[in-house]
Ligand binder design. Sequence first.
Ligand code: HEM
Length: 364
Amino acid sequence: MKSSISFLFVIFILHLIVSAVSGSSGYYGNGQNNNHVDEEETPKLDDDNAPTFPVEYLPADLDAYNGLSSSYYHTSCPEAEAIIFQKMEEWSKKDETILPSILRLFFHDSVVRGCDGSILLNHEGSERTAEASKTLRGFEVIDEIKKALEEKCPKTVSCADILTAAARDATHLLKGPYWLVPYGRKDGKFSVAKEADDLVPMGHEIISSLLELFQSMGLNVLDLVVLQGAHTVGRATCGRIQDRIYNYNGTGEADKSIDKQFLNYLTRKCRWASEYVDLDPITPNKFDAIYFKNILDKNMGLLATDQALTSSISTLKLVSAFVNSPALFDYQFGASMTKLSKVNVLTGDEGEVRTNCNFVNSNH
Ligand code: HEM
């Protein structure tokens, strides 16, 4: 029964991909799209790996690899997921903007040394003190969840697992997809600010650099595009885009790829570097595929890296597929988040279960 449902699901996704790709031929010449895709300037991306059917991500074998398992806490802490979700829900009622911030915190954790809770360590020179981490939020949410879990099942649930589940719950609370999280990550003991500043992308990179970063983590162009779709929620500080709207590449002018009306809005909104502006100006609080529509149809990507998704053929095809099939975006986002959450994880004796996410156990 289970396998026939999976099979039907595969057929459904295949249908979506096929219709998305066949429907995509129109966007070079339909007269409505202002994106310029210059084959000459297109970064050399691995097109063969790009918009294919995501067969490697079928949910069936989630439990089977990297030593992680979605039933990892079933006997040691059966209430773990319920406690995490309950705390996330409570926080979201107090401050909805915390949900996207948790999602971003998870991304920053995963980029440096894999998903090992290294972003949560709080000491001089740790990742958390890096320039790239300056506007990260949500540490107190993870601390509160950890405290509740230590009361219920001491020394059992790692901070890396808490952050991974919290990111999934944040997505779901924003009306996005839900997926099974495999658990069993251990917490790392090292956290170095320079590594975060060297690795975490800040919004001005070109697509080939982003792809290089993702490939170094074992991810591909499909993961890159779909995960950037997280920018369907949350906000950026105006300081991040001021060069784009006032002095792009030292020209003294705005980035010409920005839609005129949107530029107008941004210049009014971003008088101060410390102001916030929504990453998805159309549906900022809802996890949906409108982010992709904004950049495809309207040149309304907030960060240069958002709009850059239309600058190479392979990323553009995927953007178009997600516009045509929002259900595909939902499915693939969960699959790629799961993949990201497995990058370089520590298991068994490779790490520890911190009792306080801010400190390694020997310092606590
Ligand atoms: C791959 C290229 C990426 C780049 C260049 C990038 C860059 C950025 C930047 C510059 C900001 C605004 C930060 C600020 O103003 O201080 C931001 C916000 C955000 N990013 Fe990304 N990001 C990327 C990928 C991701 C991924 C993979 C995720 C999640 C899976 C993610 C989730 C978020 C969220 C949710 C926010 C809003 C945070 C909030 O409202 O507090 N980003 N990102």
